[in-house]
Write a protein that binds this ligand. Structure first.
Ligand code: TYM
Length: 333
């Protein structure tokens, strides 16, 4: 039986953090044995914010290294840089003809960016979901492991694929759907309780996969808490629940159970709770950080991995693109 096709990508802006890990990478690792996986570094997507050309390569290699250090096996999956697969950009152009200004302007992530950076509302930002659809549809993927923040983009990818099929009367693109193992881990909140953990915003409230032990301790101690519950079995405020969620992800089961019991009986001391969480977090992050640093020193190895990943990705991409060109009528010779 043919394995289902899986696609997902991570932008090469900023350092990867626990949100990226639990929202995406840990699903990649669980899927790599059972599916035909294409995972990539979305370097074209990062261009919307005009990164310094000097930094680009290092950013791409770092994201690749952090994925591998987290447990992704480049022999089992195709790991590549988006810009190494030019078929994606050609499909992007085709899909752009089927994407309407009105629907793109309504996308919440676009509206957020406009609000955050009113001086840089470029067309790439507007058509960001179209490029993302091209990333997915180019391999005719059906499963896309992403965090909750990307759900709307997936819906658009389905729309664009269906629109292409209907317009050209073909059955080229299957519908891609968000895929994940457990509901709990889809959105990791920022430690200050304001929104999701993110690569660029509130860095002191974000735990990065390359944070050293002392940095993690400091950030954890600053995590938002309050004076504690006064009624037994109270509902947890969101920012406390987020810390417990993190504890469920990185600590032993017994540890989380013990602190939950203390919360429910109003005897929890948040200082101790955060200290414990910091140490467990360090135990989790440290091996990834160290391995990723080692890998980044071996540029030759990373280059080989990305090159061979791109070769495999292109084999699949060329097939889809040939069919898409034919469907449109671009087969003149
Ligand atoms: P990016 O680079 O912002 O994030 C990469 C992945 O991490 C997930 N994520 C989170 N999950 C839970 N909690 C958080 N706080 C958190 N922050 C980030 C994201 O959901 C994502 O899965 N547009 C995409 C990259 C992309 C892509 C694609 C993804 C480009 N083409 C095709 C899938 C398929 C992005 O900017 O992700």
């Amino acid at each position: 039986m043919q394995k289902d096709i899986v696609v997902s990508g991570i932008r090469s802006t900023g350092f990867l953090h626990l949100g990226n890990y639990f929202g995406a990478i840990h699903n990649y690792i669980k899927m790599q044995n059972d599916y035909n996986c294409y995972f990539f570094v979305a370097d074209y997507h990062s261009l919307t914010t005009h990164p310094d050309p000097k930094d680009l390569k290092q950013n791409v290699f770092r994201v690749a290294a952090e994925n591998i250090a987290s447990g992704l096996d480049p022999d089992k999956v195709s790991l590549y840089a988006q810009s190494d697969v030019p078929e994606i950009t050609e499909l992007y152009l085709m899909l752009n003809m089927l994407a309407y200004k009105g629907e793109l302007e309504k996308v919440p992530t676009f509206k957020d960016k406009v609000r955050q950076n009113p001086d840089n509302v470029n067309a790439g930002l507007l058509t960001y979901p179209v490029l993302m659809a091209a990333d997915i549809l180019i391999h005719r993927a059906v499963k896309v492991p992403v965090g909750k923040d990307q759900e709307q983009h997936l819906e658009m990818a389905r729309n664009f694929g269906n629109r292409f099929n209907q317009r050209y009367n073909v059955d080229l693109f299957p519908e891609p759907h968000v895929y994940r193992f457990d509901e709990q881990t889809v959105k990791i909140m920022s430690l200050d309780g304001n929104g999701k953990m993110s690569k660029s915003e509130n860095q002191n409230a974000t735990i990065y996969l390359n944070d050293e032990a002392e940095t993690i301790r400091k950030k954890m101690m600053k995590a938002k808490t309050d004076s504690g519950p006064t009624e037994p079995n109270s509902a947890m405020p969101d920012y406390i629940k987020n810390l417990f969620d993190l504890m469920d992800l990185v600590s032993e089961k017994d540890t989380a159970a013990l602190f939950r019991e203390q919360f429910n009986s109003c005897s929890i001391r948040y200082g101790d709770f955060k200290k414990q969480l910091a140490e467990d977090m360090i135990r989790f992050v440290d091996p990834i950080r160290i391995e990723a640093l080692e890998l980044q020193k071996d540029e030759e190895r990373l280059r080989k991995i990305l090159k061979s990943g791109a070769e495999r990705a292109r084999e699949s991409a060329v097939q889809t693109l040939t069919a898409a060109r034919k469907a449109i009528g671009i087969n003149y010779y």
